[in-house]
Design a protein around this ligand. Structure first.
Ligand code: ADP
Length: 273
């Protein structure tokens, strides 16, 4: 086991005696290290687009550029601004999720609506990235999931958008929601992308952990997506399973507990709506 760190305090205690109080501060120190890493990461993530932006501002000021070139620079500046906005939005989402209590019963959202939203976003993202993927979506009618609808949607959408972002053109993304025997709901996203080596898998949900930084950036990643998914799932008592291997693609599965799954009674055929 790792060495532990103790803080000692000495108190005079009667004639010529000392009382020694010790407190285990290992966890406190670890939290402090994590906090410092986090601040360093955020600063770095913000500084990079800012450096690019200020470079463009200087170029635009100092040169008498032709109109097309100016337009091009302004476009690039727009992209960097967008990147910072996405990052700040993700950071705000994370801090909101970390600080707030578990949602109560929440609302019930049909699984098919969540899937439809995922599909719409996946097709739009595929277009933006100029990719051709075979996208498949399937899920049961008449099943709803309970919780904070916007959070569950963002968890599902995050997994789907990762699959689209990391899978090269010509690949497949298969999204399936199904009721397991124990009345839990499994929402799985399988892709034929690069896959992830075993040593990285347990760390994927850490904030800013990326296997390939440049690939993540190129596709608009902030490195916070799976951290957000993890927090949303924790709040809903759900779990995330990751099955992946280099060259063999990845499957990310969200498992929602039976308490958050509702099946509508099937109406007898011919009855009124
Ligand atoms: P990012 O914005 O970098 O995608 P995420 O938190 O969503 O951040 O994911 C963390 C890392 O996990 C990614 O940088 C990538 O290395 C890896 N990853 C996530 N999804 C996939 C996938 N479907 N295929 C391969 N790697 C993935």
């Amino acid at each position: 086991s790792r060495p532990r760190k103790l803080a000692l305090r000495l108190h005079p205690y009667g004639e010529g005696r000392l009382l020694v109080l010790s407190r285990d501060v290992t966890a406190v120190e670890q939290a402090e290290v994590m906090r410092r890493d986090f601040v360093a990461n955020v600063s770095h993530e913000i500084r990079t687009p800012l450096t690019v932006l200020s470079g463009f501002v200087e170029t635009l000021q100092s040169l008498d550029l032709p109109k097309e070139e100016r337009t091009r620079y302004l476009q690039l500046m727009g992209q960097q601004t967008q990147r910072m906005q996405t990052l700040v939005n993700d950071l705000l989402t994370l801090s909101r999720l970390e600080g707030s209590p578990l949602p109560g019963a929440g609302d019930w959202t049909p699984v098919v609506s969540l899937l439809a939203q995922c599909e719409q976003e996946a097709r739009a993202l595929q277009g933006t990235l100029g990719k051709q993927l075979e996208l498949t979506f399937a899920g049961p009618e008449g099943v709803s999931v309970g919780g904070v609808a916007s959070e569950l949607q963002s968890a599902f959408s995050n997994l789907v958008s990762n699959a689209v972002r990391y899978t090269p053109s010509g690949g497949q993304v298969v999204v399936v929601a199904r009721l397991a025997e124990d009345a839990r709901l499994e929402f799985s996203v399988r892709d034929t992308g690069p896959g992830v080596a075993a040593e990285h898998v347990p760390r994927l949900t850490e904030r800013f952990y990326r296997v390939d930084r440049s690939r993540s950036r190129e596709t608009g990643g902030t490195g916070l997506g799976l951290a957000i998914v993890k927090h949303v799932l924790q709040r809903h008592g759900a779990e995330l399973r990751i099955a992946s291997a280099p060259g063999a693609g990845s499957t990310f599965t969200i498992v929602l507990p039976a308490t958050r799954v509702r099946t509508e009674p099937v109406r007898p055929a011919g009855s009124a709506a």
